[in-house]
Design a protein around this ligand. Structure first.
Ligand code: SAH
Ligand code: SF4
Ligand code: F3S
Length: 435
């Protein structure tokens, strides 16, 4: 046991979760122990998200709460990492006098140094360099401490698409693909710790390319690792699929039949305004190509409602697209103006109208999600089990389509794939028994 402890809180997307695990490994390497009790910590890391205004506000309100916890104690070293750190850089210090170190998503490998330096000179510091290459060089040499059945592995970072509403190209920087050999090594070491499912991450993961290794070729290499039972990847842009990747869904049984394919809007006009660079028809044709190679494939998506310029007609186009595709799960958000993005100065449409549209969009999306889950009832699903629930009563796993499945049974072990007869469903979960 070390006497120094750190606490880490993760906001935002799966890539931040992956990064938080790496930050934890880095801090352990300079003899910090991880604590789940925030008031025990000598060092606190907030790994933050900047995607919508609310996400950023939450970070600052949580910093305020944190301050209160330590009112009568000595102040921990406070690190602000992630996308808010990258976007706001030293402005963070103007907004909060509580933060000691600001470190962006491509610079956090330098945290051990930054923390030791701060301990010596007590000087606040900012590092928002975008040197991804150097980051992965450091991370590749870290010992992996995680043992999870389903593990994220970042293979690609950054985005060159510049959708007009989005901060990601600025917070994560330009597209970068990791060396495929180090990815395979990382996955092998994860499987030694019990991982059975690999979820490949990237802001534009289907654009992955390292020398001649595309995402399809990378998946084939991963599928050759015996211990890996399931492979998924997220998030993809509709414009980055090659034939080999689409065909793989029909050829590679380890590649699961579920794909997150954000479309944002069903209106050609809005797609153009957003700079998505594809039409509604392109999207629908792509969906058809996937269904041709893998008939049972399910799609999830993201939608932005109330983008500047969206008319009633455009909204109807979105509703119709949702009906045409039939999504098994989706996320929908009210458009949020983001500083520094091209859309930020456009006239916003009224919040009353937007809220009504969001309700309508969510109404159908939720209905489709429930219908899909109900469709599973009285069928057998292959479920990869991950862990017991908190009350220790049930085992939690996911079926091939990513839907959470709960089973009451004491004989199940984490990491097993079992045939489960689905007895009940609600919008988010399935419940069943071993066949
Ligand atoms: N790389 C992915 C998604 C990145 S962000 C893609 O290309 O789709 C995740 C989701 O947040 C986006 O799909 C979008 O629906 C939403 N989002 C991004 N910026 C937003 C904004 N300014 N307001 C509301 N939602 C936003
Ligand atoms: Fe953002 Fe568009 Fe890039 Fe996705 S593709 S991360 S929405 S800019
Ligand atoms: Fe948020 Fe950054 Fe992820 S803005 S969604 S944490 S890439």
């Amino acid at each position: 046991m070390n006497s120094r402890k750190f606490y880490i809180k993760t906001f935002g997307c799966q890539m931040n979760e992956y990064d938080s695990n790496k930050i934890s490994d880095l801090l352990k390497s300079i003899s910090f122990d991880k604590t789940e009790k925030i008031d025990d910590a000598d060092c606190i890391v907030f790994n933050t998200c900047h995607i919508r205004e609310k996400a950023t506000q939450k970070v600052y309100s949580d910093i305020g709460k944190n301050k209160k916890i330590f009112k009568n104690k000595s102040k921990p070293i406070f690190v602000l990492a992630g996308c808010v750190a990258q976007a706001e850089s030293s402005v963070v210090f103007e907004k909060s006098d509580y933060v000691d170190i600001v470190v962006g998503p491509q610079a956090y490998h330098k945290l051990p140094n930054l923390i030791e330096k701060f301990k010596k000179n007590k000087k606040r510091s900012v590092d928002t360099n975008l040197n991804v290459d150097e980051k992965f060089d450091v991370l590749n040499s870290l010992k992996n401490n995680l043992s999870k059945v389903s593990s994220f592995v970042t293979v690609q970072e950054g985005c060159d698409k510049f959708c007009k509403f989005c901060v990601v190209p600025y917070t994560r920087g330009p597209e970068f693909s990791r060396n495929h050999k180090t990815i395979i090594n990382e996955i092998k070491s994860l499987t030694e710790n019990g991982t059975k499912e690999i979820i490949l991450l990237g802001q534009n993961v289907s654009a992955y390319k390292d020398e001649n290794v595309t995402l399809a070729k990378l998946i084939k290499k991963i599928a050759n690792i015996n211990e890996v039972q399931r492979i998924r990847f997220t998030t993809s842009h509709p414009n980055d699929f090659d034939d080999e990747l689409i065909s793989l869904f029909g050829e590679e049984p380890k590649l699961m039949p579920q794909l997150h394919l954000p479309v944002q809007s069903g209106s050609d006009k809005v797609l153009k305004l957003m700079n998505r660079n594809h039409t509604r028809d392109d999207y629908l044709k792509l969906i058809d190509r996937f269904r041709l190679t893998r008939p049972d494939i399910q799609f999830s998506s993201d939608f932005i409602v109330g983008y500047p310029g969206e008319t009633h007609e455009d909204h109807k186009d979105t509703i119709n697209l949702i009906k045409d595709v039939g999504f098994s799960l989706s996320y929908s958000f009210i458009y949020s103006q983001r500083p520094g993005t091209p859309a930020t100065n456009l006239d916003e449409i009224s919040i009353e109208i937007t809220k009504k549209r969001l309700e309508e969009v969510q109404g159908i999306l939720f209905k489709q999600q429930l219908e899909f889950n109900n469709y599973m009832v009285n069928k057998e699903n292959n479920v990869l089990f991950e862990n017991k629930t908190q009350d220790q009563e049930q085992f939690f796993g996911r079926n091939q389509y990513m839907v959470p499945v709960f089973v009451k049974n004491n004989l199940i072990k984490a990491g097993e794939i079992k045939k489960i007869f689905i007895q009940n469903a609600n919008r988010n979960n399935l419940f069943g028994k071993i066949v």
